[in-house]
Ligand binder design. Structure first.
Ligand code: ACO
Length: 306
């Protein structure tokens, strides 16, 4: 759905949307197409890319705020779609930070030795919870899914070893009303619509994101100059640019896909990773910083040796 199409639905313009957010277009799931369907396609693509089958996976962590149903989890739907009857599958809800939280969670399972190979998925159908009459929110979000496979391997650890080097997760529930959905099973018994004080979110975003990335830099004893790629949550070009600048990350290291996907919440980082891997930017051995901030507030960062 392009900005032009949106401007026939609400009073907005391509110019306003591009200038304020950097978004040119977003994708909307087809009628009847659910989050678990998008997630299954992403999972199948990730498995093919890794040269693995579902039989070799023993953990599915699916980050989403827009599951098909209140329960069962979308993760178990993906598990069924992949023909898996073994292992464990669960959803993880940290809104736009969901993928970073899911990567960190899966990493802990793998490094503890309890599981061997994890599918980590970010999948959303935010189009289903948007108020399509509210121009301050509906122009910013889109649908999508992306996935990666993490595998436990023996290593010496440290900065050169492949995998998650450090993950830093934060949340502060005091900010609930700045970005929330006004419905749910236990409150209104409805699904509800996304509500956001955009300017307030913007005001907090850059500081929170840069703080948690600095914590990741400190934990791994690296600097902005050491990382090869910065793959932030794709909420807004201005937040991405301001964060990169404040951290001293060179513009050519920043992967930006917000123009073609809009804000796909937990799906935005794996979608961006997919594009940057396919076009040859991210290669094995590269040092990749992912980060996100979202409803809650939640925020976090993970440094990965690809
Ligand atoms: N089209 C045209 N005009 C609009 C639109 C629109 N779609 N939406 C709002 N406006 C108008 C407003 O009504 C306002 O008009 P007024 O001055 O006459 O009152 C004017 O544009 C400016 O509105 P602001 O809200 O001040 O615009 P701002 O420059 O702050 O940009 C935006 C708004 C894009 C939402 C910005 O605040 C932002 O990016 N915030 C962060 C949002 C975000 O990234 N959220 C997601 C992060 S967390 C997660 O991913 C779930």
């Amino acid at each position: 759905m392009t900005n032009e199409e949106l401007s026939t639905m609400v009073e907005t313009s391509d110019e306003w949307i591009q200038q304020r957010s950097g978004i040119r277009e977003r994708h909307i799931a087809a009628e009847g197409e659910t989050t678990s369907m998008l997630a299954t396609k992403a999972a199948e693509a990730a498995l093919a890319d890794a040269g693995l089958t579902a039989a070799e996976i023993d953990l599915i962590v699916l980050a989403t705020s827009t599951p098909d149903y209140t329960f069962p989890s979308a993760a178990t739907q993906v598990q069924a779609n992949l023909g898996m009857h073994h292992g464990a599958a669960f959803d993880l809800q940290a809104v736009c930070s969901g993928f970073v939280f899911a990567v960190a969670t899966a990493d802990k399972f793998l490094t503890s030795g309890s599981h061997k190979r994890a599918l980590v998925i970010g999948a959303e159908t935010f189009s289903r919870i948007l108020d399509w009459k509210d121009r301050t929110t509906c122009v910013l979000f889109g649908d999508g899914a992306g996935a990666i496979v993490l595998e436990a391997q023996e290593s010496e650890g440290g900065l050169q070893a492949r995998g998650v080097i450090t993950s830093q997760l934060r949340s502060d529930g005091a900010h609930r009303t700045k970005l929330y959905v006004d419905g749910g099973p236990s409150s209104t018994q409805t699904v509800g619509h996304l509500r956001m004080e955009g300017r307030e979110v913007f005001r907090h975003a850059v500081g929170m994101v840069t703080d948690v990335i600095k914590a990741a830099f400190a934990a791994a004893e690296v600097t902005a100059a050491d990382i090869d790629w910065f793959v932030p949550h794709q909420a807004n070009r201005r937040i991405i640019d301001a964060s990169a600048e404040k951290l001293g990350i060179a513009p050519e290291k920043v992967v930006k896909t917000v123009d073609r996907h809009g804000n796909t919440s937990a799906a935005s980082i794996p979608l961006a990773l997919d594009i940057a891997c396919r076009d040859g930017r991210i290669r094995q051995g590269d040092l990749v910083m992912i980060e996100a901030m979202g409803g809650g507030f939640t925020w976090g960062a993970a440094l990965i040796r690809w």
